[in-house]
Design a protein around this ligand. Structure first.
Ligand code: AMP
Ligand code: MG
Length: 592
């Protein structure tokens, strides 16, 4: 539910012929009787028109009004022409006056991700929607299903459907009311959190560290600048030659030959002003003499004794000369606070003459694994156990972000010990990360411990892999409870933890790189959730960027992350990508 509607939104999804409108016509009086004020959104065919030919409003529209508001004592209607493109669902929702409504019901729009009741009649003989659509929250049908946990109603029992809608509005209404404590994030129904919602929520609740320190440039790789870097010098310091050749005066080009008065190597200088008819043999990087402003390449010159000629060479005034301050002028802003330092920044800061720079202190991150079945590597394998891989994957991911890692090992399955360990970790670290034990219905103790610590929310993100995610605060420090499956751990880290850590490290304006590639195999997803497949992209023989998956996509197959060089991101509104279609990829180089 990525829509910014301040009131609950509920759809009715069905194939045509199921009788949606007739059902709603009977349902609406029951809802209004219960006091609900209802807004309806219905999707219609493109040639639909609410107006009638010959009416004044129709004539004015045809005469060129692109918006036509017609009003009377009892109602008004705003008709807006959209010849370029159909309006986006979210935009249409924003047209409602929500102050006077309790709920917006939607008829149709079955391919858009928002909560819906599926209507189904056996006689229509159409497939079910719920197995492929996570947005279905209940079913109204004339048959009973045994393979789903979703609430079921009889499609002919309008009272039951009305009750469901009233309860839904009541419970979502409470959830959408703003909460006072800013650190808490259970304001959204856990069933309907999109990847973007989770990211936004997390980013709004984490803050950069405040402490800064001086760091020698040679140790600054991966650190984040805490202060703007202003150039104290001109780079280059002096005007110099960009080539090996001969320096001459730009207003002295019309001659056949010049007298070579000196030879200047880098690190040296010719300290007399150059005169007309003179040239100085000059090496790359050596200062250009006073009056000289043009360098002719050695390859275009022929020198005999102290006499040089440039033959047919076309000479442009100012060529092959680097001006003082051309790269960086004295006093100019070279980098702004929040920039992450990598190789070029290290070199550039050094080129200004600084031996160190002011950076944010390193972020301390505590890592745990949880689960009774999880065993540390390096010990003899017990029956019914698996070696802990997540902790090491996470350590690698944290390492690549330049975090200081506090490894708390595997948490014993004991509620009190866990509470203690989590509190300890949050006292020592800036962020606490765990993996495992956060799925709905999971019996692990970590959930009990987290419940006790308070301010932790258990989300279900509409994504695969990585649906369960716990997020909150322990003693004021952000806490992430990642899923247990090894691929889900990485995908959740990339989507939720990495952006948060970067913000906490003080980095600004970071955005993950996303590009488009052409799919070379059919990719399946599911409407309503974001699918992250592990992919391999490459340039094909025609120079086109293409992508295929690494094969089997089980969320326990960590090898798929090792083989991948990108994640393929399929958005919630798409359920299949066919060969030849374009798809978004997230390159992983430098991130894992
Ligand atoms: P859970 O979310 O606890 O239900 O875990 C989901 C799956 O991930 C289970 O198969 C776990 O055994 C596995 N898992 C949990 N923690 C780890 C870990 N630290 N290393 C490797 N696999 C794990
Ligand atoms: Mg578990």
């Amino acid at each position: 539910m990525k829509y910014s509607l301040p009131i609950p939104l509920l759809g009715f999804a069905a194939y045509s012929g199921t009788g949606k409108t007739t059902l709603l016509e009977t349902l609406l009086p029951k809802l209004t009787e219960a006091g609900l004020r209802i807004g309806m959104l219905k999707h219609a065919h493109h040639n639909f028109d609410v107006d009638k030919e010959g009416k004044d409003s129709y004539r004015l529209r045809k005469a060129g009004a692109s918006q036509m508001l017609i009003a009377s004592r009892n109602r008004y209607a705003l008709m807006t022409e959209t010849p370029e493109a159909e309006s986006e669902f979210d935009y249409l929702l924003s047209r409602f006056d929500c102050d006077t409504l309790d709920v917006v019901l939607v008829e149709g729009c079955k391919n858009i991700a928002f909560p819906k009741i599926e209507l189904h009649r056996e006689e229509i003989a159409k497939p079910w929607l719920y197995p492929n659509d996570d947005n279905i929250i209940a079913i109204a049908s004339d048959s009973q299903l045994s393979d789903t946990q979703l609430p079921q109603m009889d499609i002919n029992d309008l009272d039951a459907i009305a009750h469901f809608v009233i309860d839904y509005v009541k419970s979502s209404g409470q959830l959408t009311k703003p909460k006072s404590e800013a650190a808490c994030c259970d304001t959204l129904s856990p069933a309907f959190l999109s990847v973007e919602q989770g990211q936004e929520k997390i980013l709004s609740l984490v803050h950069p560290v405040e402490e800064t320190e001086a760091c020698p440039i040679e140790s600054a790789y991966g650190r984040v600048l805490a202060k703007d870097v202003i150039s104290p010098v001109n780079v280059p310091q002096y005007t110099n030659s960009a080539m090996d050749g001969y320096a001459i005066c730009g207003d002295d080009l019309d001659r056949n030959h010049y007298q070579v008065v000196a030879e200047v190597l880098a690190g040296h200088a010719y300290d007399k002003p150059l005169q007309a008819g003179e040239a100085v043999k000059i090496m790359t990087g050596a200062p250009v003499p006073v009056n000289a402003d043009t360098v002719v390449m050695r390859e275009q010159a022929s020198q005999q004794g102290d006499n040089v000629t440039f033959g047919e060479a076309k000479i442009k005034i100012g060529q092959n000369v680097r001006q003082a301050g051309e790269d960086l002028a004295i006093g100019s802003e070279v980098f702004t606070q929040g920039k992450r330092i990598s190789s070029p920044e290290m070199g550039m800061i050094a080129s200004l003459g600084y031996a160190d720079c002011q950076v944010f202190r390193a972020l301390k991150v505590a890592v745990f694994s949880t689960g009774d079945e999880v065993q540390a590597p390096g010990t003899e394998q017990k029956s019914n156990s698996i070696y802990d891989s997540n902790r090491f994957t996470l350590i690698g991911l944290l390492e690549s972000l330049g975090c200081e890692i506090l490894d708390f090992g595997i948490l014993e399955d004991n509620e009190d010990l866990m509470v203690k360990a989590l509190e300890d970790a949050s006292a020592q670290a800036d962020v606490v990360l765990t993996s495992g034990g956060v799925s709905v219905g999971d019996a692990d103790y970590i959930k009990l411990a987290l419940d006790k610590l308070g301010q932790i929310d258990f989300w279900r993100i509409n994504m695969r892999p990585g649906r369960p995610l716990a997020f909150g605060q322990i003693s004021g420090k952000p806490f992430f409870g990642l899923p247990g499956n090894p691929v889900a751990v990485m995908v959740s880290f990339i989507n939720f933890v990495e952006p948060a850590l970067r913000k906490m490290q003080g980095e600004q304006h970071w955005q993950p790189l996303k590009v488009n590639a052409i799919a070379t195999e059919n990719l399946r997803s599911r409407q309503g959730r974001t699918e992250f497949s592990r992919g391999v992209y490459q340039l094909d023989s025609t120079g086109q960027l293409t992508v295929c998956t690494t094969g089997k996509q089980g969320s326990g197959i960590l090898r798929s992350m090792s083989e991948a060089n990108c994640l393929i991101e399929i958005s919630p509104s798409v359920d299949t990508v066919k060969v030849g279609e374009s798809v978004t990829i997230i390159p992983l180089q430098g991130r894992i």
